[in-house]
Design a protein around this ligand. Structure first.
Ligand SMILES: [Zn+2]
Length: 509
């Protein structure tokens, strides 16, 4: 019997971050010859740093390092998505110039500092207490108990290369004894990490941190897990591998070269329906509540896992920029649901229930039809988040079913992904995400008007009317909208729904 799955996918918070500049970060694990290391290598790097976990309770880090070029302006990440005030965690910043003399520094604002003269060397501490809101735990660094996530984007100074030709930054990490580190960053023989994109680098640290590796097609895939679960590490690895294969097929075969899933329990006790997740570069971070039932826990884990793993492709493997969040979040919600049903983590009714819930959330937004999805993406962090996720999920659903219907089942949303990946992956010049996705959606015969109406314009969605042609109907149950298969279906409606997982031979309740 299948567990009842809460398919609510709210805020995984994948971001298209503005590049602060090509930066290479060096996290050094070496306790020896630290000064010699800086002297010999600092010039080749935009930044070198050494991070030391100095205390677990309270959770504190010490960070020391050197920038390649002196500067008076010192910035640390203060805002990230809906998170604000991260810069307040930086404490006791002290700076020195190239000859080692102290330089006076003053704070201008949260995360913003200015020194009296140019400084190169830095030292500060970071308060790494876990954020109090559980969903924030996948979006900012923290340490709690025997584990934590170190996200270098909010731990190290923001560095701009200003067009200079710099190589990787270098980071060393000192952890308490018995702790291990999991990361996709390159670890050199001397234990130091070479980091190409500081904002994507994540170091998962902890006691009893377990790693397992598997090759999935061309992908070198690793899972890193802490905590005790009702499922085995192998269960997670197998589930992830199955999902990765489905995603690769959907986009036409493209596969990332390397990726890591980091799975951690929350620092506090939460049920399995609670999770927080983010995909950064090649790293998928998931925090999940726990359940004593293996079946229920795996079914729940499949919800964030199908969604986050798809982010390895969309947007992370696409050479696209700009605020097209409606697509890489809302359409990803839909794509993840389809894969969940296909791999039988979810039932067909779970898939319909997700649509009903999306409609309820959409209806609760006051100005839901004042913006197009493209405009809503610009307001994702100022009130339009539900539209970017839930209205867009409904639009993806309607797009897929409409395309299947008018093509007699020959074409699906996968054809849009294949078109996108044909023209916008590695090697392609970076281009505007909205323009590229709209072009791909409109490239399917008969879908131009749909795309204009539901994506480019601020059109309302009348769910009952919109889904009736597919043999689906809505039912109000108190405050809830339930989507069900209609009592009688035409042959083509039945064929369409069967391809999406409807099994009328055993009933569909
Ligand atoms: Zn997401």
């Amino acid at each position: 019997m299948k567990a009842i799955v809460n398919t609510n996918v709210l805020y995984c918070q994948t971001l298209r971050r503005e590049l602060v500049g090509a930066r290479l970060l060096y996290v050094a694990c070496c306790l020896l010859a630290f000064q010699a290391f800086f002297t010999s290598q600092a010039d080749a790097q935009s930044l070198t740093a050494r991070i030391t976990i100095v205390s677990l309770s309270p959770a504190r880090l010490k960070v020391e390092g050197e920038r390649a070029r002196g500067t008076k302006a010192w910035s640390f990440r203060n805002a990230y998505g809906s998170l604000l005030g991260l810069g307040e965690r930086i404490e006791n910043l002290s700076l020195k110039n190239a000859s080692g003399a102290n330089v006076v520094v003053r704070k201008l604002a949260s995360g913003e500092y200015e020194s009296e003269s140019e400084a190169k060397r830095f030292s500060y501490e970071v308060n790494l207490s876990a954020p109090s809101v559980p969903t924030d735990l996948a979006h900012a660094s923290w340490l709690a108990g025997e584990r934590g996530f170190l996200m270098l984007g909010d731990l190290l100074p923001l560095v701009s290369d200003q067009g200079r030709n710099v190589s990787a930054s270098i980071v060393g990490l000192d952890t308490p004894s018995g702790w291990t580190v999991a990361t996709t960053e390159t670890r050199r023989a001397d234990g130091l990490f070479e980091v190409n994109k500081l904002e994507d680098a994540v170091l998962f640290v902890g006691q009893n941190l377990r790693k397992r590796n598997r090759t999935v097609g061309a992908l070198n895939f690793t899972i890193a897990i802490t905590g005790d679960w009702s499922f085995t590490d192998e269960n997670v690895l197998s589930m992830a591998a199955d999902i990765l294969k489905e995603h690769a097929t959907a986009v036409g075969g493209a596969m990332p070269k390397r990726a890591m899933l980091m799975l951690s329990p929350f620092p506090q006790k939460l049920g399995a329906e609670r999770w927080a997740a983010e995909t950064r570069g090649e790293t998928v971070m998931i925090l999940s509540g726990q359940s004593p039932s293996k079946v229920a826990a795996l079914a729940q884990l499949s919800v964030p896992l199908t969604h986050e793993l798809f982010h390895l492709w969309v947007p992370n493997a696409l050479a696209l920029d700009g605020e097209y969040d409606w697509f890489y979040e809302g359409f990803t919600l839909y794509q993840a649901l389809r894969v969940g049903v296909k791999l039988q983590y979810l039932t067909f009714q779970d898939y319909l229930n997700a649509l009903g819930r999306a409609f309820e959330i959409y209806q609760s937004v006051n100005d839901r039809d004042h913006f197009s999805l493209i405009e809503a993406s610009k307001r994702r962090w100022s009130g339009a988040g539900s539209l970017v996720y839930q209205k867009s999920l409904m639009v993806a659903f309607l797009y897929d079913l409409t395309l299947r219907q008018i093509s007699g089942g020959k074409r699906t949303l996968d054809d849009v992904y294949r078109s996108l990946f044909r023209y916008n992956t590695d090697g392609a010049a970076r281009s505007d995400g909205n323009a590229a996705v709209l072009a791909a959606l409109k490239s399917q015969d008969g879908m131009q008007d749909f795309t204009r109406r539901y994506i480019e314009r601020a059109s309302a969605i009348d769910l009952s009317t919109a889904i009736a042609p597919f043999g689906l109907t809505t039912q109000s149950l108190g405050a809830h909208t339930i989507v069900r298969v209609a009592g009688s279906l035409t042959r083509s409606q039945r064929d369409l729904l069967r391809k999406l997982g409807y099994n009328d031979r055993v009933g569909h309740a």
